[in-house]
Design a protein around this ligand. Structure first.
Ligand code: ES4
Ligand code: ZN
Length: 326
């Protein structure tokens, strides 16, 4: 209980958060009503009952379906603002937010509506909540690289609002090597690069993300435990892994949180930290993830402090602001 209080008291960052994954069942219903969309569920409670996933794909199927209620700039603002208010309540002072433009543009929502709605909430959070933020545009890896390249072109007028690019969606069978051209372009434009790798896919995908996409961070990366060589390399190079404990259990990467390698990775010197991934789907926001780790893995205070420190060290905050936090 003392450690849980400490977690609430400490300023924290969140570095792995899909804004579409913060869409709560209640908001799905509210937006469906506002936009005149009929849903195949009678109530938010009935929708929430479907959140019992077998793997990444069974989650993604529902996640993309729920996303369809997001239509206007105002919808994206409301979604993002609701998440940022949660951050304020949990003392999360800096966030790096993923969004999936293709899941919106592919159903006719203009890129501009999406990015402007999200950005307006981020600006308001800076001024009203003192939360700093950076936006990371993710490419959907189940779609061809040409679609990612087209999205990269659509993003050009908005690059002043976008700090990095990422790679997400179905991992197995969609290796990082398929996206070398679009990542090279983003890197050349000065953007940070990250990729989901080693969540369901093999450790080799982590290596590909580093060698072929030149990523600055790995999202998830937990299957790095399958390669001692890669573990040593990632530790030496100081590549961070944005770990998401509740996500990994809800998507059956581990049977139970007690089996999670978070603390052994930390003790092996890897730069890991805790994140919520898709909090509306996986059982809670950042503090809920810390609480679950505390209950299942019994970290000591030094480990909790190191996880929080890593969340700042691994962030893309300007170095000067980072220093003030460490
Ligand atoms: C995701 Cl947990 C996870 N993995 C891959 N892609 C995603 N998109 C949203 N959540
Ligand atoms: Zn993710």
């Amino acid at each position: 209980a003392e450690l849980k209080q400490l977690v609430r008291r400490l300023p924290k960052t969140e570095l792995h958060l899909h804004i579409e994954g913060s869409l709560e069942p209640d908001m799905v219903f509210a937006l469906a009503e506002r936009n005149g969309i009929s849903l195949p569920y009678a109530s938010a409670a009935e929708l929430a009952q479907k959140y019992d996933f077998e793997n990444l794909q069974s989650f993604l199927d529902l996640y993309y379906q729920a996303t369809d209620v997001l239509q206007t700039e105002e919808d994206f603002f409301d979604l993002t603002w609701a998440y940022l208010q949660r951050c304020a309540a949990e003392n999360v002072v800096h966030v790096e937010i993923f969004f999936d433009p293709q899941s919106h543009t592919d159903r006719g929502i203009p890129f501009a509506e999406v990015v402007q709605g999200i950005d307006r909430a981020l600006q308001q959070a800076q001024s009203e909540l003192a939360i700093s933020s950076q936006l990371i545009m993710c490419f959907l890896r189940h779609l061809p690289e040409d679609s990612a390249l087209e999205t990269w072109q659509q993003a050009q007028p908005w690059l002043h609002l976008i700090h990095g690019v990422g790679l997400d969606s179905s991992e197995s069978g969609f290796p990082p090597e398929l996206f070398q051209r679009v990542f090279a372009q983003a890197r050349a434009a000065g953007l940070k690069c990250v990729a989901h790798a080693g969540e369901e896919g093999p450790a080799d995908y982590i290596e590909q993300a580093l060698d072929l996409l030149a990523v600055d961070r790995i999202d998830h990366g937990v299957r790095i435990t399958e390669s001692d060589t890669l573990m040593r390399r990632v530790a030496i190079e100081g590549i961070a892994l944005t770990v998401c404990p509740l996500s990994n259990v809800r998507l059956c990467v581990y049977d139970q949180l007690a089996d999670h390698p978070l603390l052994s990775l930390l003790d092996d010197g890897l730069q890991v930290m805790i994140n919520s991934d898709d909090p509306a789907y996986f059982g809670g926001y950042l503090c809920a993830n810390y609480d679950a780790v505390i209950d299942a893995l019994a970290p000591n205070q030094a480990q909790i402090v190191q996880l929080v420190k890593n969340s700042f060290a691994a962030s893309f905050m300007p170095e000067v602001e980072k220093l003030a936090r460490l």
